[in-house]
Design a protein. Sequence first.
Length: 268
Amino acid sequence: MARQFFVGGNFKMNPNTHQQSLALAKILNAAELDPATEVVIAPPSLYLLSLKGELRKDIQLAAQNAYFKPSGAFTGETRQVTSLLCSQFKLMALSSPAQLVDAQIPYVILGHSERRTLFHETSELVAQKTRAALDAPLKVILCIGETLKEREDGKTAEVCQGQLQAVVAVLNEADWSNVVIAYEPVWAIGTGKVATSAQAQEAHADIRSYLSKAISPNVASSTRIIYGGSVSAANCKELSTQSDVDGFLVGGASLKPEFIDIINAKKL
């Protein structure tokens, strides 16, 4: 079965105002987007519910993080279940996987390199969060990737497999139908550097080979593996031609009009 192309936009801690977030939604709503591509955007949590009411139905939302506990005294964390009875302000202050499900936010990004490096999240914690998110149930965009030194030392496959192994240990085979793996080489995120199409294909093929051995050939062939790291309108077409590149997780360019070109990378 063909894997559906997937493009996610990670807004990170942008834009600065609610009105700017609405302006981005307006641009997407007016755009002609490839109907064969699944589109998901991840604005700051403060804007999730307001954008949910503004976006057209074929554009889905993701949280940028979530905690592994369903509720409790965890100030500042985003949990993965809420009720639609909860106010918008409750989601702003604290969201669990359960709260996100109740707010009808279908996706969450976990394991992003900025969470791993700046906030010292281990692969084991990412795995714990992934298990909690899937149990909520949410769909997960699971980020992995190596640093420049690790690539130069020839450890790209080793690092990616190590980050995946922690997750493999806590999921069952059926869980992987709700996981999108985002390969994001840390050295290419926000630097303007981008992996060549050959480098991306090699890394994605290695990941798929690992999934086949660690889980099953069926999971390997059906799991979408997307690329992230300075994706732009200029490089997305070539990257999208690679057999194991199933889409993109886009950072800075998701805040620009060129995001539409990236979404339409596979459109003839």
